[in-house]
Ligand binder design. Structure first.
Ligand SMILES: Cc1cc2nc3c(=O)[nH]c(=O)nc-3n(C[C@H](O)[C@H](O)[C@H](O)COP(=O)(O)OP(=O)(O)OC[C@H]3O[C@@H](n4cnc5c(N)ncnc54)[C@H](O)[C@@H]3O)c2cc1C
Ligand code: SF4
Length: 512
């Protein structure tokens, strides 16, 4: 039966279910670059270039294996700019008996694909995405009788199921499930990122860079230099380099931030993993292998594996378990407009400047910058949850709604009312001062609460807690923080709240 097999931009794995039982004589595999997907939020030019180049290389490999490939580049004059109309056009021209696609990773695209059954007038088979380590059913079964959906317990189940860092007697390697307490060291003086590899650009990549430059240079973000891996072979080199050179230090400095050092000891693998160039189990097994070979300490291997086997699978589980209602949550009623400083408007806050600069230059910033700098600021300032989510979705090369939304709405903004985060990740300038060297470069002073030099995080922190005190006084883990506020004399409380109001005003005016 002739089949049109659609591969989406984040399905670039040769083991993807939509390629199973491929008939070389009858079937056509289709990939298309569509304007609609590149612009529904203004994606970072590096992200668009990475995905288009990776798609083109993937299509080239398929063609080399003898697969009939229909590839529609963005600048093809007949490109109709949307996924649905491109599939319609392909169906009219090729006249397949059916369409096969692996389940899209985002709810929005799944709804679109489900509608094709009616509009195309032929069967559309949606296959499960077996690249993830837990199915939707696994997560639903685990979540069914739980009052709280805590990642740690889900992670332990997956450790056992995939036999990762487990001993033959069923206990976790090293006797503990989690070594997070060893993974919160502040940066050492003079700490630098580990050296990183870059990849020779193919003609295909230079063509894509020219295309992206011509069509998307008005989007926020710097396109070149472009050093991303765009093939599985290159992504595997990134993985090997990370395991050999960087992973040994990952755990200790996972939460540290250093001026001018966007990467430190993070893996930079999320874009490759989320697009399908790497698979989660192979990464976890390599990290475990490095530990068993005595090459990396247990806290580094476990800490890293927990991010992928634990957090990544859990986040996806939450998304599919709670969508579509999840997307409309805004438990703290956060509605203030996203200030221009998120788009690179000058600010005297060094930490915000640095996190946004890394984002602009690399389409990347590491987890603690996303959570405790840009995320923490958005939480404390009460920024509109949808605008903040759109920003995160647009600016990071690894961002897809399934992973961005629970991280932003849930973890950073507490907008889901405590599903992902057991309490808000709210912190004053003290935390940033402890975990980074940013404050020494800043106009503001992390030890000052009010006045011209007061760190904006400080007054905003207390103002945030007081704005939501009704909610937080009844929260299991928050009242002790508010008890400190209660001890402040009224004059101090008033001064802090006035400082917070002034900070927000300056933020809105673009003078913070
Ligand atoms: C507000 C906010 C938004 C985020 N948006 C995204 C996003 O759009 N896409 C995305 O992949 N990650 C997102 N994250 C999670 C995390 O910040 C990134 O996965 C990580 O920074 C990617 O860099 P890395 O590959 O160097 O990660 P490492 O620090 O080296 O971690 C290893 C891997 O673990 C996985 N991982 C770690 N933390 C998480 C997490 N919380 N959720 C899911 N996977 C995780 C990633 O695949 C990552 O590659 C977000 C976090 C926050 C706080
Ligand atoms: S003083 Fe405040 S604003 Fe400045 S870098 Fe430190 S935490 Fe950020």
């Amino acid at each position: 039966m002739s089949t049109l097999r659609l591969i989406l931009g984040d399905q670039l794995s040769d083991t993807i279910t939509s390629l199973e039982h491929l008939d070389l004589a009858e079937d056509t595999v289709m990939l298309c670059e569509v304007r609609e997907e590149a612009t529904y939020v203004p994606h970072h030019p590096k992200k668009i270039a990475f995905l288009f180049s990776a798609m083109r290389h993937f299509a080239q490999d398929l063609a080399a294996w003898g697969v009939r490939v229909r590839y529609v580049p963005l600048d093809d004059p007949s490109n109709t700019s949307s996924l649905t109309s491109e599939v319609q056009r392909a169906v009219q021209q090729i006249k397949p008996a059916r369409v096969i696609v692996t389940e899209p990773s985002e709810y929005r695209v799944l709804a679109m694909v489900k509608a094709w059954q009616n509009t195309l007038g032929l069967p559309v088979e949606i296959l499960p995405d077996t690249r993830f380590l837990a199915t939707h059913g696994d997560f639903a079964a685990w979540a069914k009788d739980k009052k709280q959906l805590r990642m740690e317990f889900f992670y332990r189940d997956l450790r056992k199921r995939y036999d990762i860092l487990m001993e033959p007697d069923g206990t976790p390697t090293g006797g503990q499930w989690n070594y997070d307490k060893d993974n919160r060291k502040p940066p050492k003086a003079g700490m630098r990122s580990a050296p990183r590899i870059s990849h020779k650009k193919s003609t295909m990549t230079t063509d894509v860079l020219a295309l992206v430059k011509a069509r998307f240079s008005h989007h926020f973000g710097v396109l070149e230099p472009f050093y991303y891996a765009v093939t599985r072979q290159q992504a595997l080199k990134e993985l090997d380099h990370f395991i050999d050179q960087v992973l040994p230090h990952f755990g200790d400095y996972q939460d540290a931030m250093v001026a001018g050092e966007p990467y430190l000891y993070h893996s930079l693998l999320s874009s490759y993993l989320n697009a399908g160039l790497l698979l989660p189990l192979e990464i976890c097994q390599k990290a475990e292998g490095a530990y068993r070979a005595g090459h990396v300490p247990l806290n580094a291997a476990e800490g890293f594996i927990r991010q992928i086997l634990g957090w990544r699978e859990y986040i996806r589980g939450v998304y599919w378990h709670l969508m579509p209602d999840y997307q409309d949550r805004n438990s703290l009623n956060a509605t203030r407009s996203l200030p221009a400083l998120y788009w690179g408007h000058p600010t005297q806050m060094f930490c915000m400047y640095e996190a946004v600069r890394h984002t602009r230059d690399h389409a990347y910033s590491h987890h603690i910058q996303r959570l405790m700098i840009t995320g923490n600021f958005a939480l404390l300032a009460g920024l509109d949850v949808k605008q903040v989510q759109d920003w995160y979705l647009a600016v990071y090369s690894d961002a897809y709604e399934w992973v961005e939304m629970p991280n932003t709405l849930g973890m950073a903004l507490y907008g889901d009312g405590g599903v992902v985060a057991s309490k808000p990740y709210a912190a004053s300038g003290k935390y940033i001062h402890r975990m980074s060297n940013y404050c020494q470069h800043c106009h503001y002073d992390p030890d000052v609460m009010t006045g011209d030099r007061a760190c904006p995080f400080n007054a905003l922190y207390w103002d945030f807690l007081v704005r939501h005190e009704t909610l937080f006084r009844g929260h299991q883990r928050m009242p002790y923080v508010l008890s400190t506020w209660d001890k402040f004399p009224p004059e101090k409380q008033n001064a802090i709240r006035a400082q917070a109001a002034l900070t927000l005003k300056k933020m809105d005016e673009g003078t913070l």
